[in-house]
Design a protein around this ligand. Structure first.
Ligand code: AMP
Ligand code: ZN
Length: 116
């Protein structure tokens, strides 16, 4: 179910424009508006799930599909072997600002660890 107040649901509905790079039955991905790496893509499920805390066992296939989206996009962008990061923030202390779960896919540069 789309959430009327959710930015990423609006992107899914086509009400807010985005540079979409990947689409499947369960997920879409688009370029982050404020990229933190040469490639920074946001991968979201079509289903509105607010945070990691709200993921249910019925969502396993959907959440898994975010990772197959990530490895497909990484291959297309050419950094599968070199390496990349796929990370999901949960709630305020981790910096989550959009409450529709999303995997950040970052690649194209060396990424330090631990993150800030
Ligand atoms: P997070 O802070 O983990 O919730 O990540 C939200 C991400 O969405 C941030 O990296 C933002 O730059 C990105 N973002 C916000 N609005 C848009 C938008 N309209 N199109 C693309 N990315 C966006
Ligand atoms: Zn949403």
């Amino acid at each position: 179910m789309a959430d009327r107040d959710c930015l990423f649901c609006k992107i899914l509905e086509g009400d807010v424009p985005a540079d979409i790079v990947y689409e499947s039955d369960t997920a879409i991905a688009f370029r982050d508006i404020n990229p933190q790496a040469p490639t920074h893509v946001v991968i979201i499920p079509r289903k509105h799930i607010a945070t990691i805390n709200d993921i249910d066992s019925v969502d396993h296939e959907i959440v898994g599909s975010l990772y197959t989206a990530a490895n497909t996009i990484a291959r297309d962008e050419g950094f599968s072997d070199e390496g990349y990061r796929a990370v999901m923030n949960c709630n305020k202390a981790a910096g989550q600002t959009v409450f529709h779960i999303h995997l950040h896919l970052l690649g194209g540069r060396v990424l330090s660890w631990p993150p800030g």
